[in-house]
Design a protein around this ligand. Structure first.
Ligand SMILES: NC(=O)c1ccc[n+]([C@@H]2O[C@H](COP(=O)([O-])OP(=O)(O)OC[C@H]3O[C@@H](n4cnc5c(N)ncnc54)[C@H](OP(=O)(O)O)[C@@H]3O)[C@@H](O)[C@H]2O)c1
Length: 247
């Protein structure tokens, strides 16, 4: 069995400083990819890169706010001086942090910030990665969706709307890039605990996530590897979910 199915591939992972993005970066590097890690916090990126290189993998880090058009452009200009292509782009950056208030009590700035974090990050990164991705082998984009983009939760409307739009963005991009042989798919992880100090995997007995199993980050890796290793004639415009509740 091939234990390095991404050998020779160049993968970009956004939001690679912590949580699921960190886990993805480590796993893709362990599978043989050269991993480019990006997020805003340089110290967290440096830690991810240090872990990868300590394990014998290849990685580098560039800090970039993916909601900032200028920074995103400059990031890809820099990448183009160091890499001649990209093969895999995992648009993982995002999150729900920032506002837990119901709509009536929320404010526009908080709304925009969360929608931007989950949608505009993907738009800017996807648009600007294309010149390098077009030069890749079996080039692919994977977006990180959420079940909350399918079913609402009080206090998570901006996040849910951002993720719902991201899902449609994934399909729109897949349609546009189909003639070029670039695939675009969405991975929905289901609830995952990302703080190793305060988290135990467990079934969820009640609430919005009733029926789910609260996973650890490593549990999403088999699907993330499956998506990263599909050929150009593989699935595109699809959602792959690890949920247990109906979404
Ligand atoms: N954990 C879950 O249960 C779960 C469930 C469904 C979906 N998801 C999705 O999975 C992804 C990762 O979630 P997580 O739980 O691992 O979150 P996390 O631990 O908060 O990590 C989010 C990552 O995204 C980066 N990021 C946020 N805003 C950014 C920006 N403007 N520009 C560049 N990077 C940015 C963060 O780094 P900086 O702050 O340094 O920029 C961080 O590296 C998110 O898209 C989230 O919505 C998570």
């Amino acid at each position: 069995m091939n234990d390095q199915p991404l050998h020779g591939r160049i993968a970009l992972v956004t939001g690679a400083g912590r949580g699921l993005g960190r886990e993805l970066a480590l796993a893709y590097a362990a599978a043989g990819a050269s991993v480019i890690c990006t997020a805003r916090t340089q110290s967290e990126l440096d830690q991810t890169v240090a872990e990868i290189t300590a394990a014998g993998g290849q990685a580098c880090a560039f800090a970039c706010d993916a909601t900032d058009e200028q920074q995103t452009r400059e990031f890809f200009v820099t990448l183009a001086t160091q890499f001649n292509r990209l093969d895999i782009v995992f648009l993982n950056a995002g999150g729900a942090e920032g506002d837990e208030r119901p709509i009536a009590e929320s404010d526009y700035a908080a709304w925009k910030q969360i929608v931007d974090m989950n949608l505009s990050t993907a738009f800017l990164m996807a648009r600007d990665c294309l010149p390098l991705l077009r030069l890749g082998t079996d080039p692919k984009i994977i977006t990180m969706g959420s079940g909350l983009g399918r079913t609402p939760r009080i206090g998570a409307s901006a996040y849910g709307c951002g993720k719902a739009a991201l899902s449609l963005f994934t399909k729109a991009l897949a349609m546009e890039l189909l003639p070029e042989g670039i695939t675009v798919n969405e991975l929905i992880p289901g609830p995952v605990g990302t703080d190793p100090d305060s988290f135990e995997p467990q079934y969820v007995e009640e609430g919005t996530f009733k029926g789910e199993y609260f996973k650890k980050p490593a549990d999403i890796i088999p699907l993330a590897l499956f998506l990263a290793t599909q050929p150009a004639h593989g699935p595109t415009g699809q959602t792959f979910a690890l949920n247990r509740r109906l979404i």
